[in-house]
Design a protein. Sequence first.
Length: 241
Amino acid sequence: MPPPLSRTWPWALLTIAACALFVTLGRWQWSRGEHRAAQWAEFEASESATIARDATATEIATLPRFTRVRLSGVLDGAHQFLLDNISDAGRAGYEVLTPLRLADGTAVLVDRGWVQGSGYRDRLPDVALESASAPRTISGRVGALPVAGVAAGRVPPPASGEWPRLASFPAHEDLAAVLPYPLAAGVVLLDPADPQGYARRWRPPGLEPARHFSYAVQWWAFAALALVLFVVLNFRRKTQT
């Protein structure tokens, strides 16, 4: 004799809801994987580009991400930012942002890479530039400011005080507000070969595409498992009755 409907339908509804949730999460992870795959393809295409294009400050904000660019100006070593809460291989440190002042009076942020911290909040690393006042041409990729994770907060740089100034996952307008000249949108990731930088292992943001695809398969496996468990448990009830 089959189990009473009043005992079966709540489990059926719960199984349907769980399967729908797991399938939806799987589809979301799969779409994230496709998005990441497109980003990684753009990144790899930019790596194969041997010639950087000359760009202006306004173009940096509109060019596709990872485009190789070249700009000329003066790196302003007197007004630098250290982005806090940035780690590399488990080590605590800072991302170094230095404005590049262009001939038109505006500036573009240059990410010079990651530098290890001293372990003390009152002892910032020395990020001084050699020949800081000399005009130079730099090349790099079009990038963006680091984005805070779930547990990280956003802290803008102080409005006054000594330089370099600390900030944690700031917005572009936070940095522009404390500089004495206009700051164009966008960031240039300094080429690893440039001697004026630090650790630079540039890669697309977020997880690798394969991780997202594997998470999607796991969610879909959970959906299949929930369905199998419902069928098996109800079959056992039938055989026991």
